[in-house]
Every structure is written in C-alpha cells, then in structure tokens.
Design a protein around this ligand. Sequence first.
Ligand code: GDP
Length: 424
Amino acid sequence: MVKAIIGANWGDEGKGKITDMMAEHSDLVVRFQGGANAGHTIINDYGRFALHLLPSGVCYPHITNIIGNGVAFHIPSFLKELKSLEDSGVPTPKILVSERVQLLMPYHVLQDTYEEERLAGRAFGSTRSGIAPFYSDKYAKIGIQLNELFDEAVLRERLDKICTLKNVLFEHLYHKPALKADELFDQLMEWRKIIKPYMANTQKVVSDALKEGKTILLEGQLGSMRDPDFGIYPFTTSSHTLAGFGCVGVGVPPTELRQITAVTKAYSSAVGAGAFVVRLDGPEADELRRRGGDKGEFGATTGRPRDVGWFDAVATRYGCQVQGATDVALTCLDVLGYLDEIKVCTGYEIDGTITRDFPVTPLLNRAKPVYTSLPGWKCDLRGVTDWNQLPQAAKDYVCFLEQEIGVPIKIVSTGPARHENIFR
Ligand code: GDP
C-alpha cells in the first residue's frame, strides 16, 4: 500500500520528524517532487540532519530510498548530502534514482539567481536553487532526463539547442557570460560515471514492491499553500506539493494511495514571500519565533527567519482538503506552553465579509484574520506521550483545532525527538 506524508500549509510543518517515524515502518521511501530547495530536519542517533534532496529513509538500512521522476535532481546537492551522511557514520544507504528524473543543471541556478537580481525588490522570494527555471524547461521540453546522459548524440544536440535559447537571455537580458555546450557536456560526462550505480527504472521497482505487498511512503516537500495551482500563486513553488501528484511523480496508481497524513504545526510559520494572513509582528512574534521548533523558527535550507502567527484554521482546513488528508499530525504543541491565552484564526474578513473558505490570491492579500481565543495551559508539555497526561486546556486546544480542520488529529508531537509523541 502507498501512504503519503505532506505539508498542510506553508512547509516547515515538522514533516521531517513525522516522516522519519513513518519511514521506519515502510519498505520504500520516495521523494516525488521539488528539489534541494527546502529541507527536513531529522534528529536520530547519528545526529541532526537537514535533508534537502535525499528521502528521509536514508538512516535505515532496511529501506530503499527512491528519488522519483518528479524531482528536480541536482547532482552536486545529492553528492554533498551523501557525503554528510557518510561523515556522520550513517551506514551506506540504499538509494535509487529514477532513470526518468530530469537534471537540475548549473544554468538553472544561474538563471534563477540572475532573474532574482533583475527583479530585485519585486522578486518572488526564490531560494535561487534553480527550481523555477528547471520546471519551466521540463514542461517546455528542453530538459535533460538522467537516461539521456547515456545517449551522447542526443545529449550534444540537446545542449546546443538549450545554449542557443539560454544565451539569448544570459547575454542580452542579464548581460552575463554565455553558456558553452562543450563545457556542460564534459561536466555531464563526469557526473554520469558517479550517478550510474544509482540509476534505475524506479516505476518498475515501485510497481513490483506493490505486488509484493510492501509499504511505500511518499514524502512531500513544502505544503499545500506552495502548490502552483491551489496555493498562493505566484508565491508558490514550481512543482505540485499535493499527495495526488505523488502518483505522477513516482508512478504509482492513485487507487493505491490509502493514507494521507497532513502535517501542521500547532501555530503557523512560513518562510518566503507571499500572503500570510496570521503574520505577527513585534515582541509577540519575536517570542514565538525564538521558542518555535527546536532551534527557533529559521529556515532549514535558507536560515531565513520564518514569519510566525497563530494557527490558521482557514488555511489548514483548505490545505487538508486539497491534499485529501485522512489524518493529521500536529507538531510543536509543546512550544505554546508559555501563553496565557492562545488565538486561533477561524475566519478571514475580506471587504467586510467573514469567510471560512480559502480565497484566491488577490482576495487573500486583503484578508484580515478573525480570531477565537482559547485558554493556555501554562506548563511544559515537552516529551509528554500520553493523551491523559495533557492538561485539560491543551486537550481542548487540540480538539478545537481538530473540529476546525475537519480531519482527525492522530499524532500530537510534543518535542523534536522521535519518541516525543502522543498517538490518539
Ligand atoms: P519540515 O520541512 O516540515 O520537515 O520542517 P522542519 O523540520 O524544517 O521544521 C520543523 C522544526 O521543528 C525542526 O527544527 C524540528 O526539529 C522541530 N520540531 C518538529 N516537531 C517538533 C515538536 O513537536 N516540538 C518542537 N519543539 N519542535 C519540533
């Protein structure tokens, strides 16, 4: 059977920890979208890892980790992460990379960087890791699939075509040096040798695993609000962050998808640009940011301070709907123990009307949060594993969120460590 774990809102919901837990009971762990532009934080006996491109099962010897065809595959990032695992003493993981995955090329990173420079203050908050140019090229059919590294004639022709197009932009719009097809070709020939042992027909691997009754975990990056169709476009990412896309991004039948676990924090946090209705400012924000996560709310990949705010039930309910969530994992409940009262955004006021439906971006930009206040519990919940040990106010808070989201909260996380959970 296939399970998916995905973000219910803006990303950084604490998926890393929950994925790590769910991975342990899976046979295959698969990345199906995105690239090295975001990160998961995983804490285990080997240390604390920010994984960007590698699937979260890499610390378990029994798991086959797959980089699916839907991923933006950046070879230098892949090699760097493998090296960091090796340096920390993690046994060599089992990793397969789809022969159909496309390569995120050095010129994608350049293009992203040049474009952000050109837009300056009007930029989309890109991490400059080349994701948007990569997916643009993929759908414009000028991408390079991994298997094409082994067809030199096709590859040379493709690179010539790509350089002709890119150099118009690079030289005449950005006033930067031209790309050279020969240099790119030589670089790809070097990478080809290193990557060959990982390359596989992963669609077949996954299909065979399903026939054998194995459990496959699809691991999403970012969250619903970053989906290019259902998110806060254009402040989204460039690949679909929804569980449904997992079927395309790795090649599993939609009918096999049985469990979709949406992860959300017990408050809101977002990194990057775009509307964030519950954004807090001033000392209130500083305190929540400082106390958030396990090291404060700063991006795992970018180190940028995250925006923080109270739980946004409008965004999260919608986020769970578009994911098709069957259950929810609520993280960072322990973070809120310092508060006398805790607000939850239960509606948006747009042009004088209150709505519970998540709107399109122009309306979202005008939305103001409508809050309901709940009493805080004023004690430290870090590491609590038994629902009955929670103070009534904390139980009431979780139940209130559950009612607002409309999906059962089955896991409540009370700390960054893997055993710090309540299962309901
Ligand atoms: P992801 O991108 O969704 O995997 O999110 P990140 O892992 O980047 O961010 C979540 C942060 O919160 C990490 O620093 C985690 O270690 C931390 N974290 C996860 N769950 C909990 C929790 O229940 N309590 C606390 N205090 N921190 C948590």
